[in-house]
Design a protein around this ligand. Structure first.
Ligand code: FEO
Length: 389
């Protein structure tokens, strides 16, 4: 893949990873992007996952036809990008490692070496000239770790954006859903907690003319439409705004009765004209996808059973995922099931006590075992409340 005549893609595609970052299913694989600036000075931008060190080094070698490399820029120290720093340093003993001070501390922790004799510590505002190209460094703390820097090639107007604007999926597999879906699941899942920090980066980027975005995962964004869409979506996601009208109904069910209640609500919502109703069985469906939908839509209904005097574990897990990512500014309704002492709604509501600007529906649907006429009438009321603005 050629980004420019003298900027090449040297990353790799991973089709073996079972869970990215130990928790995300990636049915279309994963890409660990790395770029080479083949200028007077030759610069490699980031390494790749530990399992692909040799493939990546071969990509570099072929791209520069065996020439020496002058610099390795490390934008981010998470091992999916940094695992091969020591291997690279050994292969290219004259190369200077370029990164933030905090990244070098992490290198010491990961590799027992902070490359003190051959490093260049950069901070926001510093630049690195390679001949025709000039990289300007911009700090992007907590997008997604504290040491993150992004860089902007002032010559070609390229933003090397680290994890920002990344996406699940290998680059050699076409994604029929386009960019948004897996970019959203990636952003909400991985960076979602750090909305204010992402907003800060967007503000810095707003002052730049950007012709190309080269992230560390997923496709290079190179048309004005792709870039505008990505920036707009990041602005929505990182400010916790509602992206599309709709409701997510997320449930857990032990014997199927809570599921029946949840699906009955879905039917009622659709009958009342709700533009989009997403449904998730939290024990069986992909939880990060459900988390993504909870942030995408403005309304959420949670249905679960009372269990061990609290709630069913998958629901607890789900709400934790929401609240730790600063879930906010949404309307939430509850369906609880309990055969003798239902208390799930109270437990769920309490879990949101530190979440900002949550509007709870007054109607709580209580099912005692199985739906009956009374609880069905209650579902109708809940549907009206959830759909009201
Ligand atoms: Fe792709 Fe935060 O590492």
């Amino acid at each position: 893949m050629k980004i420019r005549d003298d900027i090449k893609y040297v990353g790799v595609n991973d089709h073996k990873v079972d869970l990215f970052e130990g928790q995300y299913v990636v049915p279309r694989g994963m890409a660990y992007n790395s770029y080479l600036i083949d200028d007077d000075k030759k610069v490699v931008l980031d390494t790749v996952d530990a399992n692909f060190g040799e493939e990546w080094l071969k990509n570099i070698e072929e791209a520069v036809k065996g020439a020496k490399i002058d610099y390795l820029v490390v934008h981010h120290m998470e091992p999916d990008h940094s695992a091969n720093i020591a291997k690279f340093a050994e292969r290219y003993p004259e190369a200077i490692i370029v990164s933030s001070a905090q990244a070098f501390t992490m290198m010491k922790n990961f590799f027992g070496d902070d490359f003190a004799s051959r490093r260049l510590i950069i901070k926001e505002g510093d630049t690195l000239s390679t001949g025709r190209h000039n990289l300007a460094f911009v700090a992007a703390p907590m997008v997604h770790w504290p040491e993150v820097m992004v860089s902007y090639d002032t010559t070609e107007k390229i933003l090397f954006s680290a994890d920002g604007f990344g996406k699940f999926g290998a680059n050699d597999v076409e994604d029929p859903e386009g960019w948004d879906c897996e970019a959203r699941r990636y952003y909400i899942g991985i960076v979602g907690k750090y909305g204010p920090q992402t907003q800060a980066l967007l503000k810095k980027a707003a002052g730049l003319e950007i012709k190309t975005i080269c992230p560390l995962h997923g496709p290079v964004l190179s048309t004005p439409e792709e870039i505008a869409n990505a920036v707009t979506k990041y602005d929505i996601w990182s400010s916790y705004r509602v992206e599309s009208p709709g409701v997510l109904v997320a449930y857990t069910s032990v014997y199927g009765n809570t599921k029946t209640a949840a699906l009955k609500l879905v039917e009622i919502l659709k009958a009342k004209g709700c533009p989009k109703v997403a449904v998730a069985d939290l024990a069986r469906d992909d939880q990060p996808e459900a988390v993504e939908d909870a942030f995408r839509y403005g309304k959420l209904v949670l249905a679960t059973t009372t269990y061990n005097a609290t709630i069913f574990p998958w629901m607890r897990h789900f709400i934790d995922h929401l609240t730790e990512r600063n879930y906010q500014s949404r309307k939430v309704g509850f369906i609880e099931n309990g055969s003798w002492a239902p208390m799930a709604a109270k437990v769920m509501r309490k879990m949101f006590e530190n979440s900002k600007n949550i509007t709870f529906c007054d109607t709580v649907v209580t099912v005692k075992g199985a739906l009956n006429a009374e609880s069905e009438a209650s579902l109708e009321k809940l549907a009206d409340e959830i759909l009201a603005d």
